[in-house]
Design a protein around this ligand. Sequence first.
Ligand SMILES: Nc1ncnc2c1ncn2[C@@H]1O[C@H](COP(=O)(O)OP(=O)(O)OP(=O)(O)O)[C@@H](O)[C@H]1O
Length: 546
Amino acid sequence: MENQTQIICSELFQKHRKVEVALYPALLTWKEIEKSRKRSSGASEAEQGHDIKVCEIVAIHKAEDEAETQTRKHPKRIKQHSQQYPYAFTVAYVRRTQQHLWRCSDVTFHCADQQICDQWIQVTNEQLSLLTNRPKNLLVYINPYGGKRRGKHIYEQKVAPVFRRAGIFTDVIVTERANHARDHLKTEANLDDYDGVVCVGGDGMFSEILHGLVTRIQADHNVDQNQPDAELVPCPLRIGIIPAGSTDCICFATVGTNDPVTSALHIIVGDSQPMDVCSVHHNDVFLKYSVSLLGYGFYGDVLTDSERNRWLGPARYDLSGFKTFLCHNHYEGTVSFLPAEDNVGHPRDKLQCRSGCRICQHKHSSKDEHNEVSEEKEKPAEDGEGDWSVIHGKFIAINSASMSCACPRSPKGLSPSAHLADGTTDLILVRKCSRLDFFKHLLRHTNNDDQFDHWFVDVHRVRKFRFQPWHHELVPLEDQSEHPEKPDLSPTSSLQETCDYSTAESSWNCDGEILHHAAIQVSVQCGLIRLFARGIEEQQDAEGAV
Ligand SMILES: Nc1ncnc2c1ncn2[C@@H]1O[C@H](COP(=O)(O)OP(=O)(O)OP(=O)(O)O)[C@@H](O)[C@H]1O
């Protein structure tokens, strides 16, 4: 700090204590310079210096309202002080609390001179205006029916006031139907008017924004999404997620918590987290984009079953998970994949993707160079030779995790070391095994044991993969006792409705939506989008109240 130029420094009052306040290009600091007569002896919190990063200041403004409130609360004590120091300004800033939660805190400084007060507000605002990564205009979509149907309330009560305070202008659209946001972004929205798009809802709502935005950008640049090898144009607008759904995995994996105020603050300070997007094709026809989980078999079946029980709300996932586990289906097919280079690590290396992740940063700094190399490598691979690996087998689950997929229930996630923006996805192959073995594997998603440390689980970090189901004749249900692949479960009549062993194919769960094609081609598009997030911060420097 000493080697930074001081922009302004004054003796002001904070909570009746005389403090020296200084503004540097990157820091606002203050420390007490005169002990309060009332305070007992010994070191106190106020004697230590305080500092706030300028990039984490939300706003600075005159504190007239606050002075009035204080006077009403403590008339005698404050009256004398406010007569002496009638001018005040308040700095609103990000305060880290626990578990990655951010809050907007205030500190107010009083002074006797109006000019000094105005000068502080002016120079601080000038410093803030140099932070060009901060959004000024946002397009907000609210799903009023997501999660517990509190999206509108959450936005109006918790988010809009902080945006207003930070001087952010918003255009708000409350969606009237499914795909309203996607279609509006695709065709109508004037993207030039905004610095970012915010979705208030769950993962399904985020998927709408993703599809609307990516499709629009490709259309604007004449890129054909149906070409599996097309190099997609990255989105210039960042996406903010205000969690208000029943599943908010993408927010959790990129911020570390599902909290609307924390997300709003990450948007205000202009965080930027690149994120890989998988494009999914069937026979050279574009199907969907995915940023978190593509799951065939177990997770596909859970989703298919849960869709039948939407009336149950979030509890439907537990019920369907249990039913699907009891069914213990497996599916035959061929998985081919293009492994990633060694410099992006391995799914079992225990290097978790955190804020400022070295692997993701390296990937981006060397992206152009890397693209040239990988194009050359891929050519022979496209002919079915070279770098592609091919595995044929019977699988309980085939999962592709493009991020850890951590959520409050599974804090490590499906692939704890998956990276948000390294241009790869972790392909997890769970082969046919006993129900007990599969249970042990599932259990490890909730504790600290290595879920890949089983004879029936393979995991590969890949840049592309394909799946081709193995077609064989459908077996009528009554003939199943003779079928050699029948699992060792005697289905009860209620299970027979959901456990259709004769079905040769499952479906893909693509970020919580069902894909009706089993045969797919998947290609990872490195850092195609950016979120208003910074990844999960490693250490919490939780600060006490100022
Ligand atoms: N106004 C609307 N009416 C009905 N559906 C909507 C509306 N707006 C958005 N949707 C759809 O609602 C779905 C679920 O939304 P969202 O992800 O916000 O909530 P969720 O509770 O997490 O979802 P899920 O029920 O899938 O867990 C999305 O797929 C979205 O397309």
